[in-house]
Structures are given as structure tokens and as C-alpha cells.
Design a protein around this ligand. Structure first.
Ligand code: NAG
Ligand code: NAG
Ligand code: NAG
Length: 222
């Protein structure tokens, strides 16, 4: 429950990005600030006790908002940040579509992939799945369709997936990888539906939550 409390309190802040590493570390990128929180060590989560953030701003890093972050690499110790906006008045100004942060070397790299690559987009939510792959669906930006892209974090290459029955273009949604390998896409900005399931034919039980956008969700086994 403590972890969930921490996530909820973080989400109050605007333009924030939270990554849950397998290493039990939370990372946050907010404008030019970059912090991490080691949740493998106990700490108090009451209002009067400061959360023990560790400042990594000195490592540099991209200036972005409305981006998304997932982990990857051979040991799942690399953070990949996709898309986002670097300048609110110019959607073509962005600092590399993919930025990589190596948590061991504490080093940033702008990743440039060649060939068929996604156009820049924001208000997306990435989803990790098997073998270091990350899925990115649709998003907001110029000429964005309901395209499903797969980024291979081992080879740093992109593949456009032939997603059958893909939902309509959406942004502001949240992607969650379920334990059966399917990706759940919740919410979206067009408010067409409150939940869209992809690659699955499940139907939800009970009344769905009201529609929403630009939020975050984690899979919990409590
Ligand atoms: C990444 O690209 C941006 C924009 O061109 C640049 O400002 C930044 O220094 C680059 N970062 C690295 C680590 O190369
Ligand atoms: C979007 O489409 C227009 C019209 O085809 C084109 O001129 C423009 O370059 C495209 N923009 C991007 C970012 O692909
Ligand atoms: C999902 O259900 C729809 C409607 O029942 C059906 O047409 C479709 O073939 C099903 N898709 C899969 C992948 O089973």
C-alpha cells in the first residue's frame, strides 16, 4: 500500500513522469529536474516526513513534458523516454524521439534509429512486454494514426506492427501490460470510451469508471 500512496502523491504534480523499475526504484523527470527514490529501503510516507529523493539533475537529460518512460535493455536497467513536447508552441521542436538513461553509468544518450520510425508524438503511454520490447500506440501530434510501434531495446530498432482490430487513434490514455502479456489501454482524450482493450476480447464487468485522460496506472498484485 505504501508504494501506491507514493504514486498517488506524485501524480498531483503536473508534467511528471514515473517509472517503476524492476530494481524497486522510482524515477521522476520533471522539466529539467531528475530525481529518484529508492523504494527498496523503508521510509515514512506521512506529510511531516520528507520523501528521501535523490537528485540526479546533474546528469543532464531531455527537457520534455507529456512524454512516456519504460525500462528495457538486457538487464532491465535502462530507462527509455519516448516522445513528448519540448516547446509548447512548436510541435516540431523536440529533443530526440527516444532518450536513453543508463541507470548504472548514470548517463543519457539520444537514440537515433534509422529506417521506418514513428513520427514525433506526445500524450502516449509505453508498455513493456517480452524480450526487451516496448509498444507505443498512436498518440497526439501531427498526422498520427492508430499505428502500433514496437521498439526493441536490445537492438534500438523500430517495427510497425500489423495490429489487427486496433482501436481508433487515441492519446492521453494509459497502457498497462497484464500478466498474460496483453496490453490494456485505459482512458483517452477523445472520451469515446473509458476503456479499450487491445488484442483481447474481454468485456469489463460492472460499471466502467468515468472517462479520463492524462493519468497513470500501475498493475498491482495486492
Ligand atoms: C540530445 O539532443 C538535444 C537536442 O538536440 C541536445 O540539447 C542534448 O544535448 C542531447 N543530449 C545528449 C546526451 O546528447
Ligand atoms: C503531415 O502531413 C502533411 C500533409 O501531408 C505534411 O506536409 C507534413 O509534413 C506531415 N507532418 C509530419 C510531421 O509528418
Ligand atoms: C472478438 O469478438 C468479435 C465480436 O464478437 C469478433 O468478431 C472477433 O473476431 C473477435 N476477435 C478475436 C481476436 O477473437
Amino acid at each position: 500500500m505504501e508504494d501506491i500512496f507514493i504514486l498517488q502523491s506524485l501524480l498531483i504534480i503536473n508534467s511528471i513522469l514515473v517509472v517503476d523499475l524492476n530494481l524497486m526504484v522510482l524515477l521522476v523527470v520533471l522539466r529539467m529536474n531528475f530525481f529518484y527514490l529508492d523504494v527498496s529501503k523503508p521510509f515514512k510516507t506521512t506529510d511531516s516526513d520528507p520523501i528521501p529523493w535523490i537528485d540526479l539533475t546533474f546528469t543532464g537529460g531531455p527537457l520534455k513534458t507529456d512524454a512516456t518512460a519504460c525500462i528495457g535493455g538486457k538487464n532491465n536497467d535502462i530507462i527509455f523516454i519516448f516522445g513528448g513536447i519540448s516547446k509548447f508552441d512548436d510541435l516540431n521542436a523536440y529533443q530526440s524521439f527516444v532518450n536513453q538513461f543508463d541507470t548504472n553509468k548514470q548517463q543519457w544518450i539520444n537514440i537515433t534509429s534509422v529506417g521506418n520510425v514513428p513520427t514525433n508524438r506526445f500524450d502516449i503511454s509505453c508498455a513493456n512486454f517480452d524480450n526487451g520490447l516496448i509498444a507505443i500506440f498512436s498518440g497526439n501530434g501531427l498526422n498520427i494514426t492508430n499505428d502500433l510501434w514496437i521498439f526493441n531495446t536490445l537492438t534500438l530498432t523500430w517495427n510497425l506492427n500489423n495490429a489487427i482490430n486496433a482501436p481508433l487513434p487515441m492519446s492521453g490514455y494509459c497502457a498497462v501490460t497484464l500478466s498474460d502479456g496483453n496490453i490494456l489501454y485505459i482512458g483517452e482524450s477523445s472520451a469515446r470510451k473509458s476503456a479499450v482493450y487491445m488484442s483481447m476480447n474481454y468485456s469489463t464487468l460492472g460499471p466502467p469508471p468515468p472517462s479520463r485522460q492524462l493519468f497513470s496506472a500501475v498493475l498491482s498484485f495486492i
